[in-house]
Design a protein around this ligand. Structure first.
Ligand code: NAP
Length: 344
């Protein structure tokens, strides 16, 4: 029988993607929706200005949106996907965990907390067991797991594939799509015919989250990988798909051919949303491109290309769909990992 799930922040850009991905999901059935007080009490069809590229699922469209508080969610819902603004997530996610719900969250609050697992299942599934420590320390029946920022998720799987060569230093420059800021995040006057070389707090997220994801877990605490990461983040006028230029210095010699082989062979997982292959490596020097390649693996694959030697070691480009692999799909995949590991 399907696990009953809810979506916190169900009317937003990521919330709508969650509804799109959950509607046909083999293991999860949507049973609760929440949003702001302005949406509470309306049907989902009325509250969500549906802008995803498939029709609104009819069974969800007729559901009533609740306020974002534990009392709005039926007790038999086991798992909540959270796509709330981070300030709201910080205020309410702990209440849901305390009330016994397991929360798989996109929001940036608490991603770097010492007892909160930050997980990309194909990279660091073992960090999920930090939930035992979290439950002990916080006295929760529920639990809180996070997925990383959409730009972090794009390049970290490629670094994980190269880790065997000894990661020393990484520089990453991003070209990020406008959907990463939510529907109301970037105005057309700001972004058409333009590029904006600043995205608030984004660079710090790439630099810190990547080291947490690549770090080890000894069963009690996490340590951060000692790779040095420098990021520069840019907003460009694409709709979906973050493209990144990456330079990696490694301990051991790393040729472009060896890097391509390591990426191609990096394993995916036997979970419904994990694509196979996880990393699609292009030989063509002008790929990946957002419009052409963001839907690889149903939007869950990482695309890489342009591998070559440079003054700063290996250079390549990578790409992921920011609202699927970078947000909604990442939370769903973490939900699948929670289910497989007996946390639901
Ligand atoms: P969004 O389009 O602005 O949606 C925000 C959602 O939160 C809506 O459902 C909204 O409900 C609800 N909400 C707003 N204020 C609330 C409040 N005070 N109480 C309860 N609910 C409230 O934002 P988004 O782009 O989907 O992003 C959601 C989260 O995911 C953010 O933390 C963001 O940083 C993160 N994220 C986004 C992306 C991306 O690619 N967009 C990628 C990774 C992570 P109403 O409709 O009722 O206002």
């Amino acid at each position: 029988m399907a696990v009953r799930v809810g979506v916190l922040g169900a009317t937003g850009a990521v919330g709508q993607r969650l509804i799109q991905l959950l509607d046909p999901h083999p293991d999860f059935a949507v049973a609760a929706l929440t949003a702001s007080d302005a949406s509470a009490g309306k049907t989902y069809r009325e509250a969500a200005k549906w802008r995803v590229d498939t029709p609104i699922p009819e069974d969800v469209a007729g559901m009533t949106v609740g306020a974002t508080e534990p009392d709005s969610v039926p007790d038999d819902v086991d798992l909540l996907f959270s796509s709330l603004p981070s300030s709201v997530g910080a205020a309410v996610e702990p209440d849901f965990c305390e009330a016994g719900y397991v929360v798989s969250s996109n929001s940036s609050n608490a991603r770097m907390a010492a007892d909160v697992p930050l997980v990309i299942p194909e990279v660091n599934a073992d960090h999920l067991d930090l939930l035992e420590v979290q439950r002990d320390e916080r006295g929760w029946d529920g639990a809180l797991v996070k997925n990383p920022n959409c730009s972090t998720i794009t390049f970290v799987p490629t670094l994980a594939a190269l880790a065997e060569f000894g990661l020393e230093r990484v520089h990453v420059a991003t070209l990020q799509a406008v959907s990463g800021a939510g529907y109301d995040g970037v105005t057309s006057m700001e972004i058409i015919d333009n590029a904006v070389p600043h995205i608030g707090s984004e660079e710090e997220k790439l630099e810190t989250e990547s080291r947490k994801l690549l770090g080890g877990f000894d069963g009690a605490e996490l340590d951060r990988h000692d790779v040095e990461v420098a990021a520069s983040c840019n907003r460009i006028p694409t709709i979906d798909g973050h493209l990144e230029n990456v330079f990696v210095e490694t301990d051991e010699d790393l040729s472009p051919a060896a890097a391509a082989e390591a990426m191609r062979e990096y394993p995916s997982l036997d979970l419904p949303s994990s694509p196979d292959p996880l990393i699609h490596v292009f030989d063509e020097p002008d790929r990946p491109q957002p419009r052409l390649d963001r839907t690889l693996g149903d939007g869950m694959a990482i695309a890489a290309g342009g591998l070559r030697e440079s003054t700063f070691g290996l250079q390549y480009n990578c790409l992921a769909h920011n609202t699927i692999r970078g947000a909604a799909g990442a939370s769903v995949l973490n939900g699948e990992l929670l289910l497989e590991n007996g946390y639901l």
